[in-house]
Design a protein around this ligand. Structure first.
Ligand code: GLN
Length: 447
């Protein structure tokens, strides 16, 4: 069914960079046999899944949406891929993404744009736009994305699907091409909370190959879905409802608050004074880490090398000039700047301090509340081509998602309405660290 749908839709949507049709059918038959022999069990056996192209599958091209990795074939396997295979899942292909996961629209990919299945004149969001578009178009039932500053939640919102950004350290980053290592997490994208919870259960767990991996014992996420919402305490940061939030997203969000109260929840407004520091702190820290992580793409170790050059340094320079796109170069320059001596204290250190103050503010909120509610984005999916004109405006669009990554928190994004043009609107439920079960229970009760 998935490949029939791909046949019908992929020509317009372009959610995938690579498809493994033959192998997927072989694998499905093998899993079916394995199930009969008792080798595989569990709810996701035989379920097809799409994987964002910054997650390494051994022997399969992993491009990160970048020309510099156009022909890079990893010789190792991401831990999450090992776990999908153990669960008997069938990987059907790699999905399009913003180059190195830097962007909010999937338009910075070196391999063409992905269209939003809900309205093909619009972007699917980003950076996991391919994964979310694939699920929205039923070109996959589940997908893996990665979220550094909102890249699972925002495209889930724009495409009208559900996505989870897990607590930092819950899912191994081994084999995920690093963007900003202290913020990156892999997470599930699916049709609803139950599907996402089942997939999260499969991919979570301690991995000694990732030094930031956590040993958690509370990973039975599907079990959390039964309970209702009654008596749960929700906080709404009033700074999130000020300028910049589109009237349509705002009114859909206000309807949610009323519905939650009707369902027996307690909903109160709080103040997060650090809201104004979120975007600057995120872009300083994310770019700083990116500039360091992307040093490895030098024309020697991976993928692309410039054809003509004059000596080693010229080779580095030409390879990176030709191999990286505009947005990635902008981040490398910004990151190198904020880390350089003389500016380090003023920008990078300052951003780390802002992060610490933010942590205190969220900690205080979670002493009193189970869930913080927020829109996923200030607006619905922009038209294709609109966002690239003004990168700063695009950065500001991440206002509701980045704090979650800076603080390592879990968050689920689920559909909560549509605008006049029929484009989906997403709702975020943010929990304290390790409180996936609470937010999943609330999301499942609400959806
Ligand atoms: N839009 C944000 C950025 O460009 C978030 C991206 C992400 O989560 N990977 O950095």
């Amino acid at each position: 069914a998935v490949f029939e749908q791909i046949e019908r839709k992929e020509g317009t949507i372009h959610a995938y960079l690579d498809l493994y049709k033959e192998e997927a059918f072989e694998r499905a038959a093998q899993v079916e046999k394995g199930m009969a022999e008792g080798k595989y069990s569990g709810p996701l056996c035989g379920v097809p899944i799409a994987v964002k192209d910054n997650i390494c599958i051994q022997g399969k091209r992993t491009t990160c949406g970048s020309k510099i990795l156009e022909n890079f074939v990893p010789w190792y396997q991401a831990e999450v891929i090992e776990r999908l295979e153990k669960a008997g899942m069938v990987i059907i292909g790699k999905t399009n993404m913003d180059e190195f996961a830097m962007g909010s629209t999937t338009e910075t990919s070196a391999f063409g744009v992905t269209r939003n299945p809900r309205n093909t004149d619009h972007v699917p969001g980003g950076s996991s736009g391919g994964s979310c578009a694939a699920v929205a178009a039923s070109e996959a039932y589940l997908a893996l994305g990665s979220d550094t500053g909102g890249s699972i939640r925002q495209p889930s919102a724009f495409c009208g699907v559900t996505g989870i950004k897990p607590t930092y350290g819950t899912v191994s980053r081994y084999g995920l091409v690093a963007y900003a290592s202290s913020l990156d997490q892999i997470g599930p994208v699916g049709k609803d909370t139950a599907d996402c919870a089942a997939l999260l259960e499969v991919i979570s767990g301690y991995d000694p190959k990732d030094s930031t991996s956590l040993q958690r014992e509370d990973l039975c996420f599907s079990q959390a879905l039964g309970g209702g919402i009654e008596g749960m305490r929700f906080a709404v940061p009033k700074e999130y409802l000020t300028e910049g939030l589109s009237p349509e997203v705002r009114s859909a969000f206000m309807v949610v608050l009323e519905e939650l109260v009707q369902m027996g929840a307690i909903v109160e407004f709080i103040s997060l004074k650090t809201t104004e520091f979120m975007i600057p702190a995120y872009y300083v820290i994310a770019s700083a880490e990116a500039s360091s992580n992307l040093e490895r793409f030098d024309g020697v170790k991976y993928g692309f090398r410039a054809r003509e050059y004059d000596g080693l340094h010229d080779m580095y320079k030409k390879t990176r000039t030709e191999g990286f796109g505009e947005e990635v170069k902008r981040r490398i320059m910004l990151g190198s700047f904020v880390l350089s001596s003389g500016y380090y204290d003023a920008y990078y250190l300052k951003a780390l301090k802002a992060r610490a103050v933010m942590k205190q503010e969220f900690d205080r909120a979670f002493e009193k509340y189970d869930v913080i509610l927020a829109p996923a984005a200030p607006y619905t999916a922009p038209r294709l081509g609109e966002s690239l004109k003004d990168p700063l405006a695009m950065y500001l669009g991440d206002i509701y998602t980045v704090a979650v990554n800076l603080l390592g928190l879990p968050a689920v994004c689920l559909p909560c309405g549509k605008d006049k043009a029929g484009l989906p609107i997403g709702l975020q439920m943010i929990g304290d660290c390790f409180m996936e079960k609470k937010i999943l229970r609330a999301a499942h009760a609400y959806e």
